[in-house]
Design a protein around this ligand. Structure first.
Ligand SMILES: *[C@@H]1O[C@H](CO)[C@@H](O)[C@H](O)[C@H]1NC(C)=O
Ligand SMILES: *[C@@H]1O[C@H](CO)[C@@H](O)[C@H](O)[C@H]1NC(C)=O
Ligand SMILES: *[C@@H]1O[C@H](CO)[C@@H](O)[C@H](O)[C@H]1NC(C)=O
Ligand SMILES: *[C@@H]1O[C@H](CO)[C@@H](O)[C@H](O)[C@H]1NC(C)=O
Ligand SMILES: *[C@@H]1O[C@H](CO)[C@@H](O)[C@H](O)[C@H]1NC(C)=O
Ligand SMILES: *[C@@H]1O[C@H](CO)[C@@H](O)[C@H](O)[C@H]1NC(C)=O
Ligand SMILES: *[C@@H]1O[C@H](CO)[C@@H](O)[C@H](O)[C@H]1NC(C)=O
Ligand SMILES: *[C@@H]1O[C@H](CO)[C@@H](O)[C@H](O)[C@H]1NC(C)=O
Ligand SMILES: *[C@@H]1O[C@H](CO)[C@@H](O)[C@H](O)[C@H]1NC(C)=O
Ligand SMILES: *[C@@H]1O[C@H](CO)[C@@H](O)[C@H](O)[C@H]1NC(C)=O
Length: 828
């Protein structure tokens, strides 16, 4: 236990020695840093120790630049948890984690390294990076933890500002609240990226966007275009794995980039040796045009002092006023509408010195060339502009949708931006300075010809357009409500085939063991083949139902009426003496659990698009059970093994009527003394009090989604910090590392925001209080849209594990039930 380790070391001789030794850059497990001792990097440029900012008497553990007389703190460990006396002690514990103890040996701050090191060491590198590494890794550069991954308000050379898409780690700056309080204020600076969109960086004040940097300009600092510098080299890296900005020194110089809340700026400072002080090299935002979205949609901020805001060519102010009376917040609208569906009626205007528009609503393909890019834009009615996604102007494609936001003029040439305009606008336009681009250069030919051709073609094109449009709409509603009509069986007088016993017995070869598919909570399931070749699955219900024949048949008829493409189809029933059976269609791809939890194969059996398709299908099936069918069915035992996959990997919920058949009665919600379900999936109120409702199904759905995303079972999950998958997900979520929930094999994908959304939705579904959980109707909408989602509250069955010691010791919530459903009767 950590506590024991601490006591031992408190009396350790080594510790006493370390207090008198000078200028060491690293310590091992039996040493510590206290007020008065520090670590100094090998070349003497950085120092780690305790400090008190300004006139504050609070003590913080931090790293500062050493060899300058004006201390510049570059990193702080316990940013919001000051120690108010000199009791602070930093040490490595036996698991290789760095722990900062305060008064009474309370843990003030610690790292959370999952991989335990045999023998760890902590070192302050010459770069200012504090690293923990396994001694056996030597100087290989492999770190268990590094302070560069958790920046404070300062970016040093070699640090990355950005997003590691493989791990989900976001490295961004957050300003100190004020000069005496290093706790993060509400001003932040970081790279942001929407699904498939081009990344960009924002300084935000709280949630408000304050300054945007377009990352196209390779030479950026705080995102601002900067002249090639003899002192600094900059780099912006954008791959499938990582998106980040970094810089380094070309000459011997001391510099840092700092985000400061008080002045609301990101600034680069350098140490001036001649006139000893921190000089400001440059800063952003700096001028009026830096203010985010100053001139409204399709407007641009200019160097023209008389009229700072102007419309892009082809647009006019939306506001009615003139001159100074124009309300620029309303932005600009087109002079001539786009024709869009009529081919060859739109063209592009080439702008060469603009800061590229906000890319929140953009799309990128890094291998398309400019011609393909243009075609891509023309092919989508919402596309309003395109450019090459490669800063040097070669390959790659980025296109914008909708209004163009936050544009300003640049002094130097920027990337070429091609803005879509109506052909007539281009033809009659009196462009000055801007280069006009025709469609294959033909815009200069008399417009009438084009119009005539277009009119002649428009009938044909229109039909095609409407077709495409319908198709698109159908695609769109995949998650919408519109699909029920296709799914619900229209026939009212459904005849339920009653199979005869001999037929079933021979189809399953007398229920032979070879034909047994598995054993569910309600009894064994067999595979069979009917004489006509149809494959079936036969579920023999355990005899304990105590239900009469008529009741059973009534239920079977009701359930057979439940038809939805995401429910396994019930073909009929069979009664043989006391025994009752249900006959289902056979699902060739088995159950979901065998596909998502199979770790024996190298490759993922199901990629992300399929998994998302499966998640959406399950959601629709459950929604149908809950509210769209004629009955209201609560499944009560939704889990991976109850989701079957057809030959196209469409998910089908099975066992959905069984709870009803066995229990009967009003299923809208209630209390039962017969808890059917599976540990690991049951909502707390159901498992503990037998209370079930649609919301207990929502809970199980949430677990299932987490399992599908992570490829891990909720039950049986274990790591140092969490007892189960929910706890793990919840912890990562709160630490801002939700990407780590995702199966490593899936992370390297373009659908990160879809995955993150699923993590978010799943956490909403597993919230502890049933009333906090969304309905399946809301879940379906959330999955299919990209609107803001509520912050999830504490999940059910999550055992908070704040205490550091507890994290190392206990394992108290592992229930020892087996994998199959439990169906137990509780005495009440
Ligand atoms: C330091 O903080 C503790 C609680 O955090 C408090 O009990 C104590 O009085 C404080 N000491 C001083 C000197 O402010
Ligand atoms: C370190 O200890 C000295 C002497 O006890 C004290 O004056 C100083 O405030 C302490 N510094 C911190 C950061 O705790
Ligand atoms: C620290 O321990 C002492 C002695 O046990 C106790 O008097 C004091 O209240 C404790 N302080 C805090 C902040 O818990
Ligand atoms: C922010 O800038 C102000 C004004 O330059 C300065 O006084 C203050 O110390 C800075 N804050 C931090 C946390 O460095
Ligand atoms: C930012 O923090 C300051 C002081 O902590 C507060 O006054 C201000 O309202 C906050 N602004 C936002 C946008 O949250
Ligand atoms: C951030 O927003 C708050 C509240 O709107 C405002 O008081 C503060 O001045 C803003 N900070 C900056 C740096 O603009
Ligand atoms: C856009 O303008 C730039 C600068 O004049 C030029 O280099 C580029 O070729 C133009 N693009 C097209 C497609 O005309
Ligand atoms: C990107 O463009 C390339 C080349 O045109 C194409 O092969 C690829 O499928 C595109 N990728 C996406 C995600 O559209
Ligand atoms: C056009 O782009 C939007 C935004 O990405 C997309 O939703 C839509 O499906 C696209 N339409 C076509 C026809 O590709
Ligand atoms: C951006 O900068 C890096 C490093 O200085 C360089 O390797 C790269 O070629 C630059 N990219 C462009 C497009 O100029």
């Amino acid at each position: 236990m950590g506590g024991c380790g601490f006591l031992l070391i408190g009396t350790n001789l080594l510790f006493l020695l370390s207090t008198i030794s000078l200028a060491v850059d690293s310590i091992g497990p039996s040493q510590s840093i206290r007020n008065g001792t520090t670590l100094v990097s090998n070349d003497g440029s950085f120092e780690l120790g305790f400090f008190s900012p300004g006139s504050s008497r609070n003590s913080y553990l931090g790293i500062w630049i050493k060899n300058v007389p004006v201390r510049a703190v570059v990193w702080v460990a316990n940013r919001c948890k000051p120690i108010n006396d000199s009791s602070g002690t930093l040490m490595l514990d036996i698991t290789g984690n760095l722990v900062l103890f305060g008064q009474n040996k309370s843990v003030v701050w610690s790292t959370s390294i999952v991989k335990h090191a045999q023998s760890a060491t902590v070192q302050l590198l010459d770069s200012g990076n504090l690293v923990v590494r396994d001694v056996k890794d030597g100087n290989s550069g492999a770190y268990l933890w590094q302070s560069f991954d958790y920046p404070s308000d300062t970016l040093l050379p070699g640090m990355k500002l950005g997003w590691d898409l493989r791990t989900g780690l976001k490295r961004r700056l957050s300003a100190w609240k004020n000069a005496e309080d290093p706790c993060p204020g509400n001003v932040t600076y970081g790279i942001e990226m929407e699904l498939e969109a081009y990344p960009q960086a924002f300084i935000r004040n709280g949630t408000a966007r304050f300054y945007r940097s377009s990352l196209w300009n390779n030479l950026t600092f705080c995102g601002a275009p900067e002249k090639p510098s003899s002192r600094f080299a900059f780099n912006f890296v954008y791959t499938d794995d990582e998106v980040y900005y970094t810089y380094k020194h070309k000459v011997q110089i001391i510099s840092r980039i700092v985000l400061n809340q008080t002045i609301g700026k990101c600034a680069r400072y350098y140490w001036d040796d001649i006139d000893p002080h921190w000089g400001e090299f440059s800063s952003r935002p700096r001028e009026q045009c830096d203010q985010y979205h100053l001139c409204g949609a399709n407007g641009k901020c200019t160097f023209d002092n008389n009229q700072v805001c102007q419309c892009l060519k082809g647009f006019r102010p939306k506001s009615q006023g003139k001159g100074n009376l124009i309300d620029w917040s309303l932005g600009c609208v087109r002079n001539k509408p786009l024709s869009c569906q009529e081919k060859d009626k739109d063209g592009f205007l080439n702008f060469t010195s603009l800061k590229l528009p906000d890319t929140t609503h953009s799309w990128v393909n890094r291998s398309m060339n400019l011609d393909e890019c243009r075609a891509k834009c023309l092919g989508n009615c919402s596309c309003t502009a395109y450019t090459s996604s490669d800063m040097s102007g070669g390959t790659g494609c980025a296109i914008w949708f909708g209004d163009l936001l936050d544009i300003r003029e640049l002094v130097t040439a920027g990337p070429d931006l091609y803005v879509r305009l109506s052909a007539s606008e281009l033809a009659f336009g009196t462009s000055s300075g801007n280069h006009e681009e025709g469609n294959d250069g033909k815009w200069k030919t008399p417009l009438i010809v084009v119009v005539a051709i277009t009119v002649a073609l428009s009938g044909i094109l229109l039909v095609g357009y409407i077709r495409r449009r319908r198709k698109n709409l159908r695609g769109k509603t995949e998650l919408g409500e519109g699909d029920q009509s296709n799914e619900v069986e229209g026939k009212e007088n459904l005849e339920l085939p009653l199979f005869n016993w001999n037929e079933i017995a021979s189809a399953t070869e007398n229920f032979s063991t070879e034909n047994k598919l598995g054993e569910g909570g309600f009894g064994p399931v067999y595979r069979g083949t009917l004489p006509d070749g149809q494959e079936i699955a036969v579920k023999r219900l355990s005899r304990s139902s105590g239900q009469g024949l008529d009741e059973f048949m009534n239920e079977v008829v009701l359930i057979a009426k439940l038809q939805h493409r995401n429910l396994v189809k019930l073909l009929g029933g069979c009664i043989h003496g006391e025994e009752k059976m249900l006959i289902y269609e056979y699902m060739p791809n088995g159950s979901l659990d065998s596909s998502i939890f199979d770790r024996t194969r190298e490759e993922l059996l199901i990629d992300w698009p399929k998994r998302f398709h499966i998640i959406c299908g399950i959601a629709r099936g459950l929604l149908y059970l809950h509210q769209d069918s004629r009955l209201r069915i609560i499944h009560r035992d939704l889990k991976a093994s109850n989701v079957l996959l057809d030959n196209e990997m469409n998910p089908k919920i099975s066992d959905f009527g069984l709870a009803r058949i066995l229990v009967g009665g009003d299923q809208a919600g209630g209390n039962t003394n017969r808890v059917v379900g599976t540990y690991g999936y049951m909502a707390p109120e159901y498992a503990v009090d037998g209370q079930f409702s649609v919301k207990s199904d929502v809970f199980s759905f949430g677990i299932l989604v987490l399992e599908i995303i992570s490829g891990t079972k909720n039950k049986g999950f274990y790591n140092k910090n969490s007892h189960n998958l929910i706890g793990h997900a919840w912890r990562l979520w709160n630490e801002g590392r939700p990407l780590e929930v995702i199966d490593t094999g899936l992370r390297n994908s373009l659908s990160l925001s879809e995955m993150l959304r699923c993590v978010h939705v799943s956490l909403l579904c597993v919230q502890h209080e049933p009333e906090d959980r969304p309905s399946m109707a809301s879940v379906v909408i959330m999955l299919g849209s990209d609107g803001a989602l509520a912050q999830p509250k504490q999940p059910g069955f999550f055992i908070e594990n704040e205490s550091y010691e507890a994290g190392l010791s206990s394992n108290n919530q592992t229930s020892s039930t087996n994998e199959v459903s439990i169906t137990h009767l509780e005495a009440r």
